[in-house]
Every structure is written in structure tokens, then in C-alpha cells.
Design a protein around this ligand. Structure first.
Ligand code: ARG
Length: 264
């Protein structure tokens, strides 16, 4: 792992969620068709990120969608999910266009200057997807002297931020930015990029769907996911943190995770 990432890793809070499985989450999600009232909790996401948020037909489903619905329930609010470009979520939260940003979003210093984050609710790992016969066999191959790889990422993600700094700025290759992680994976399949740097859970989902691809054993960076809220909206932030505490304690949270991620 690169040294400038150690900062991020140092930020990582050990949040162990030892919870028992009970209680169900009979909650509503994607209230798109309902009128938006003061009692609506609006959530901006980018629904290109399985298993956290993705489309199942017309519905946005996934861990974030269900946890947000459970939080809204606790708050006595109606959840409305809005799908938008990943890199427009934080600006939209700052502009108070939506109440929360929830998108498998990594906490980092730069974002902490722009928004507040809830307590972390999940761990993320930036991993590298390659073709099965790739000459890239270890993440360090990307940083080797004289290497010139073209790396695919989703625009504005931490994968983009890290590789831009570690690879593009270090003159060790180029970064190709895509609107969706899935588009970066398509580019990898036709050799337009040499690898894709993306979060581990979507990486697993993409590799499962696309034979001939694999995830390198060595990881790029460890991260925490949290919910973004506008800087001055501390009242909502407090409520979200309490709701998360309760959902973790009563087993609802783990139940949602287990529905989407099968333990290995
Ligand atoms: N964890 C990464 C980040 O915060 C990627 C998140 C991408 N999320 C999404 N819904 N597309 O930058």
C-alpha cells in the first residue's frame, strides 16, 4: 500500500458490529411516486454500486437503500431516493438539495471539509480488477518504476483520487474515468484499460457477472463508509447516528447486510 494512503487508513475507525439477528425491517423505500413533504427524508445516491445501491427493475435496492429506509422509519419519515452522478452527491448535499448522501461513500479529509459524516456503517476496500491473464499480479506492479498502465475508475471516487495521485501524477500511467464502475469494467474487457480500481463488494459483483476477470489478492486501501449530511444540519446527523446505534443493536442492520453479502 502506498504511503499517502496510510493517512486514510489511519482514519479508519475500528467499528465492529457484533449484533444479534432478530427483528425485521418492514420499511418503505423509494417513495418516488409519493408527494414530497416536510416529512420526507431525501437521499442522494448513485445506483451503480451493487450490493449497496443498484436497480432491480425500476426500484433502487441494496444495503444503503434498505438501511436508509430503516433510518427513515425510526425518524418517522418517508424515504425518497434520488439517483445522481456520484461526484455530484456532495455538492448537492452542501447545497441542501437533499438531506443525506448515502452511496458506499468513503470518509476522507477532503470530504470532511465539505460535509459531516455519520458514524461509519461499513468497511470498504479498494481493490484491483484485472483480466485473468493480466501481467499485473500485485497492486505494487502499478507503482513499479517505469510502469505505464491505464487504470479505469469511476469519476470522483476514492479509486479515482488515489490513482490520480499515485499513478497519473507520479507519471506511472494514466487514469481513465467513467460515469459508472460497470463502464470501467466494460473497458477492461475490451483492453481499453489494463485494470479497474474500485470497492471490493461491487468488484465482486462485476467479476461474478463477467467471466475472465479476477480481483488481485493484494488490496489498494482500506476505508470506512458513512452517511453525508450538510455541515450545519447537526440535528439530523445526531438523529441518524442514534438510529444507526439502534439498528446495529437490535440486529436490523446486520440482517440487511446479510441479505446482500454472503459471508465467506
Ligand atoms: N467508496 C468510494 C468513494 O467513496 C466509491 C463509492 C461509489 N459509490 C457509488 N454509489 N457509485 O469514493
Amino acid at each position: 500500500m502506498k504511503k499517502n494512503l496510510l493517512k486514510i487508513i489511519a482514519l479508519t475507525v475500528a467499528s465492529i458490529m457484533a449484533v444479534s439477528v432478530m427483528s425485521s425491517c418492514g420499511s418503505k423505500k423509494d417513495a418516488d411516486t409519493e408527494a414530497e413533504g416536510t416529512n420526507t427524508l431525501t437521499m442522494a445516491t448513485n445506483a451503480e454500486f451493487p450490493p449497496y445501491e443498484y436497480y432491480d427493475g425500476k426500484d433502487i435496492v441494496g444495503i444503503d437503500a434498505e438501511v436508509a429506509a430503516a433510518i427513515a422509519d425510526k425518524l418517522g419519515m418517508e424515504l425518497k431516493i434520488v439517483d445522481t452522478a456520484f461526484d455530484s452527491i456532495i455538492p448537492a448535499i452542501q447545497a441542501k438539495k437533499y438531506d443525506i448522501g448515502m452511496a458506499g461513500m468513503t470518509v476522507n479529509d477532503e470530504r470532511l471539509e465539505q460535509v459531516n459524516f455519520s458514524q461509519p456503517y461499513a468497511k470498504g476496500v479498494q481493490v484491483v480488477i484485472v483480466k485473468e491473464d493480466s501481467d499485473i499480479t500485485d497492486v505494487d506492479d502499478l507503482f513499479a518504476e517505469g510502469s505505464k498502465h491505464n487504470v479505469g475508475v469511476q469519476t470522483g471516487t476514492t479509486g479515482d483520487i488515489y490513482t490520480t495521485e499515485d499513478i497519473e501524477s507520479a507519471d506511472l500511467g494514466t487514469v481513465s474515468r467513467f460515469n459508472k464502475g460497470a463502464d470501467a469494467v466494460e473497458a477492461l474487457k475490451i483492453d481499453k484499460v489494463d485494470c479497474v480500481v474500485i470497492d471490493n463488494e461491487p468488484a465482486k459483483a462485476f467479476v461474478e457477472k463477467n467471466p475472465g476477470l479476477k480481483i488481485l489478492d493484494t488490496a489498494y486501501a482500506d476505508e470506512d463508509y458513512a452517511i453525508a449530511v450538510a455541515k450545519d444540519n447537526t440535528e439530523l446527523l445526531d438523529k441518524i447516528n442514534s438510529a444507526l446505534d439502534e439498528l446495529k443493536a437490535d440486529g436490523t442492520f446486520q440482517k440487511i447486510v446479510d441479505k446482500y453479502i454472503t459471508a465467506k
